[in-house]
Design a protein around this ligand. Sequence first.
Ligand SMILES: CC(C)(COP(=O)(O)OP(=O)(O)OC[C@H]1O[C@@H](n2cnc3c(N)ncnc32)[C@H](O)[C@@H]1OP(=O)(O)O)[C@@H](O)C(=O)NCCC(=O)NCCS
Length: 154
Amino acid sequence: MKIVIAQDSHVPGIIEVWEEFALFHEDIDPRYPMVDNVRSGYKEHLREMMAAEDTLVFVALNEGNVVGYSIAQIRKSSPAFQREKYGFIEEMAVKADYRRRGIGAQMLGKIMDWFKSRNIDMIELDVTVANQVGYPFWKKHGFKDYLHRLYLKT
Ligand SMILES: CC(C)(COP(=O)(O)OP(=O)(O)OC[C@H]1O[C@@H](n2cnc3c(N)ncnc32)[C@H](O)[C@@H]1OP(=O)(O)O)[C@@H](O)C(=O)NCCC(=O)NCCS
């Protein structure tokens, strides 16, 4: 298993993992209804992320095939805060068949190394309340709850 910075040739593989990730969220929370073709639009978003400054996309490769990916960013804090910037893990997913083999931990290690090299000491991410797979992963790595995001469907 290798964790490397994503290249153009990895885009189709990332989209495949993304599709599984998107459908997983649609299943666990009715707030995520998907369009019929979940791939549409994502490719463009992904390419923007790969090209963006202060954004790093990693892929986990098994015999050259993408089995996981992550998108991490360095974001600016509101001017009121002493800490000028913080790290944000935008997405992380590993194909269901490859989970619980340490791939997520390995990818997180790479992200943390990158944040450390950029003097980032605060890392945030969003996790869906109903996500019984992702939430235990973040807790296992020391992440703590600090925010409730509320929604109202009218
Ligand atoms: C979260 C995720 C990226 C972790 O990847 P991974 O390769 O399985 O991670 P690791 O093997 O390093 O870590 C395994 C840990 O993840 C959690 N986990 C993974 N699969 C799980 C499952 N099916 N049920 C419960 N916890 C699970 C557990 O904390 C597990 O530790 P344990 O085996 O000691 O209980 C992966 O499970 C995934 O893609 N989940 C779906 C998408 C998602 O939730 N992404 C995060 C969005 S915020």
